[in-house]
Design a protein around this ligand. Structure first.
Ligand code: SF4
Length: 430
């Protein structure tokens, strides 16, 4: 889902907006700048002055006018002081009181049903999977997919696989590095299919990038699990290839996977994950799961849940199945009723938060090099709140002293505690 976030007023409002953006992105949603492009608009209102109240009212009306089809959620001081007035405004779907702000995304997720399958099963995941900034850049290396997963419109919409030449990719990475980028994320519609039509494989590309560039961090976008080879696991030992793999599972039930025409059964998936963990012990494995695929029985759903529970995923992007015209799955019988899909998605959301805490808990007290982003805000004592990522893509927050320049640098930090939101670590610079 595409979400547009707006705020008025104080630093706190801005910080809340940032935290909602993080949570939304972690859930697989895309943050968009233009209200007109959004499926959901969240507005953090203000009432500190008469003028702020007036502007808040204006912003609500304007958001509805610009995009009447988008859901509109309003929170903040103006909405909390005047919930009835705001609730009755044209287009407002939900008012979230200030007291519930820290749970806003959770509430919106439950009430407005935020999880539906993206049009493209892989690309939006890539975008929302990684946050960008001056320090991180995507490098698209291929397009198209030769497989025919029955839910996926990509093969129909994007056609045959087409890969960029290695030297062009290497040169782009060297240019980005020269501009200060410290980490590149290789992406593609079907990244593991890199080179299929030019007699190359992804491993050749990875080896060339590691050899012919000095980019400190090389990260991979979504990869189909069945494409991990011996050579790939050898490359995974290289400390510049980041130990984070996003391997879409889609379902933890073999009969559902068969209907999806996936090429990897659960036992093979578990084996690959085990092998990745043996190769790179701190590796973070994240995944996509589609709930309510046509014909998914209660038994299959429970089987899926049980498998997922044992996989220790660092994050799960959950998508409610939605039929895409032109795909085989859209023509299957026994489409799962919406309320069941929604209940399954909500159940998995709750589990996901617990799985994530468990995974984060394993790293508490450890020290990792962190690639730091731009500072967010300055605290009363002049320190700046700053976020960054560990090699295995765990989000980290710290406070930098005045004059301490961290942006775009890789500096170590010790992971002291898990933030209240459960989404990231609070860390100390070491
Ligand atoms: S591997 Fe399957 S899900 Fe991935 S792009 Fe190809 S058809 Fe779609």
């Amino acid at each position: 889902m595409r979400v547009n976030l707006k705020t008025l007023g104080c630093r706190l409002n801005e910080a809340e907006l940032e935290s909602w953006a993080q949570q939304l992105q972690a859930d697989g949603h895309q943050i968009v700048r233009d209200c007109g492009d959004a499926d959901l608009v969240i507005l953090n209102s203000c009432a500190v002055t008469q003028d702020a109240t007036k502007k808040s009212r204006y912003l609500i009306r304007q958001a509805h006018r610009e995009n009447p089809r988008a859901k509109l959620v309003v929170s903040g001081c103006y909405a909390s002081l005047n919930p009835e007035e705001v609730g009755a405004s044209l287009g407002v779907d939900m008012v979230v009181d200030n007291a519930d702000k820290s749970r806003l995304i959770e509430i919106v997720r439950e009430k407005l049903d935020l999880t539906s399958m993206p049009v493209f099963s892989t690309e939006p995941g890539e975008i929302s999977l990684f946050t960008l900034g001056r320090q991180r850049a995507f490098v698209k290396v291929q397009d198209g997919c030769r497989y025919r997963c029955t839910f996926c419109i990509v093969t129909i919409a994007r056609g045959e696989e087409k890969s960029r030449p290695i030297r062009e990719i290497v040169s782009e990475i060297n240019t980005l590095h020269g501009q200060g980028v410290q980490e590149v994320v290789l992406t593609g519609v079907h990244l593991g299919g890199y080179g299929s039509e030019i007699n190359l494989r992804l491993e050749h590309l990875l080896a060339a990038v590691l050899e012919s560039t000095s980019i400190p961090r090389l990260r991979l976008g979504s990869l189909e699990p069945w494409e991990l080879t011996d050579e790939f696991f050898d490359l995974l030992r290289n400390p510049r290839l980041m130990p984070h793999l996003h391997l879409p599972l889609q379902s933890g039930s073999d009969s559902v996977l068969k209907r999806m025409a996936r090429r990897c059964k659960t036992a093979e998936f578990a084996e690959l994950v085990e092998r990745a963990r043996q190769t790179a012990p701190d590796i973070n494995i994240t995944t996509d799961v589609i709930v309510g695929f046509p014909g998914e029985t209660e038994e299959e759903w429970q089987e899926s849940l049980k498998f997922i529970e044992h996989m220790d995923f660092g994050h799960i992007h959950i998508f409610c199945y939605s039929a895409r015209e032109g795909t085989h799955a859209a023509r299957l019988e026994n489409q799962v009723p919406h309320p069941i899909k929604r209940a399954r998605s909500q159940a998995l959301q709750r589990h996901t938060q617990n799985f994530k805490r468990k995974v984060l808990g394993r790293f508490l007290g450890r020290t990792f090099p962190v690639l730091w982003e731009d500072p967010k805000e300055t605290t009363a004592d002049g320190r700046r709140r700053i976020f960054g990522y560990t090699p295995n893509f765990l989000r980290v927050e710290t406070l930098a002293d005045p004059g301490q320049e961290l942006t775009s640098r890789i500096e170590p930090a010790t992971l002291g505690s898990i933030a209240q939101t459960g989404t990231h670590f609070m860390a100390e610079l070491t």
